[in-house]
Design a binder for this molecule. Structure first.
Ligand code: PHE
Length: 372
């Protein structure tokens, strides 16, 4: 029988060597001090104070020591574990305090803010004004017609008497979508609402009295007075016995309905392939009514002291267009106009910069919301 082993050789139980216990403790304390968040501290606690931490494992070794050495080793390991436990607790308290202070700042609720957290949107003023313009013509008996924004080149150009090599095709600064192929017309983003003239004539029985509000596209740079996306209001009348006087009357009624009674209009000779004769339409300046012309001491900012404001183009429908749409030109004639919606909004509501209309800031639209 062998005698019990009473000799204690500290070298054999390395984990319980005083230097080693101190090292494990210092390592634990350093890790605790370095823990920057509660999550990090949790990991540090598991690693240095958990059941499988070096100090816990060392603690288990104590039982294997000879009785004489147990008390001494127990005191040292127990002391180290207490110190580590207290350091964890202190760090935990400090980090919790930090977190609570941060939450108070970051998650603060300002109870004085309005309770309505989903602000209502607003209709865009371009929509409102286009409807208003349309309504004036609907009031005169016009119907509303529509056409696609991605339009066949044939409707946008050919049917409107732009020949294939017509310089106006490039003058229009077209966005081309699809090249023509296999005898099929190419596709473009419509450069004006005039293709709706042809669609209306093909779709409807005569006589035709239509207006077509819609979005149009040209490759212009966005600046205060240009936008690659803009809107027009097209008008078309085809009936028997139609004259230019009816056109002038309809446009004047529109101007007076939109900008004020008594305002005059004038036509200046112009050119469009789809109308003959053609004209640019001006209306009398609704602010100065011409009083600023030749009077530098009383300038008008609305019309730049010109007395007149250009609002669109118009003319007698070219018989070629009527023929392309299958209309009997011996019996029927007509006229058409195209008005700029952005220009109308600029003048009617004093919008100075076109970019405000396209940027989509709801505060711009909200400013017009109360309009009736
Ligand atoms: N479509 C022309 C333009 O965009 C305007 C217009 C329409 C002119 C109808 C005459 C008749 O400039």
């Amino acid at each position: 029988m062998s005698a019990p082993n009473n000799s204690y050789d500290p070298v054999e139980v390395t984990a319980l060597h005083p230097d080693e216990v101190a090292r494990m403790r210092d390592e634990a304390l350093a890790a605790i001090a370095a823990a920057a968040s509660l999550d990090e501290l949790k990991e540090v606690r598991l690693a240095h104070a958990g059941d499988r931490s070096p100090l816990a494992l060392a603690n288990r070794e104590i039982g294997a020591l000879p009785p004489a050495a147990k008390a001494d080793a127990g005191k040292r390991v127990g002391g180290a574990r207490r110190e580590v436990g207290e350091a964890v607790k202190a760090r935990q308290a400090a980090l919790e305090e930090e977190r609570d202070a941060r939450v108070l700042v970051e998650e603060a609720v300002d109870v004085t803010l309005p309770w309505d957290r989903a602000p209502r949107g607003a209709r865009h003023p371009l929509t409102t004004i286009a409807e208003r313009m349309t309504d004036i013509f609907v009031g005169m008996g016009f119907e509303v017609a529509e056409g696609p924004e991605v339009e066949a080149e044939w409707f946008n150009f050919d049917a409107l008497n732009f020949l294939p090599d017509h310089p106006a095709r490039t003058m229009q600064d077209t966005f081309f979508v699809e090249a023509p192929s296999g005898g099929e017309s190419g596709l473009v983003l419509r450069t004006h609402t005039s293709p709706v003239q042809v669609r209306a004539l093909l779709d409807r029985d005569l006589p035709v009295y239509v207006v077509a509000p819609g979005r149009t596209f040209r490759t212009d740079e966005l600046d205060a007075t240009h936008s690659p996306v803009f809107h027009q209001l097209e008008g078309l009348v085809v009936d028997e016995g139609i004259t230019l006087a009816h056109l002038r009357g309809a446009i004047t009624a529109f101007v007076q309905g939109m900008f004020g009674s008594g305002l005059r209009t004038r036509f200046r000779p112009s050119y469009f392939p789809f109308t003959e004769p053609s004209a640019e339409v001006d209306m009398e300046c609704f602010v100065c009514r011409g009083a600023s012309v030749g009077r530098p001491e009383a300038p008008c900012r609305t019309c730049s002291s010109e007395g007149w404001i250009e609002i669109g183009g118009c003319g007698v429908v070219n018989p070629r267009v009527l023929t392309a749409a299958g209309v009997d030109t011996d019996r029927y004639s007509g006229w058409a106009f195209g008005l700029g919606v952005e220009r109308t909004l600029m003048f009617a509501r004093g919008v100075k910069d076109m970019r405000d209309m396209v940027e989509g800031d709801v505060r711009f639209a909200s400013a017009f919301e109360r309009e009736i």
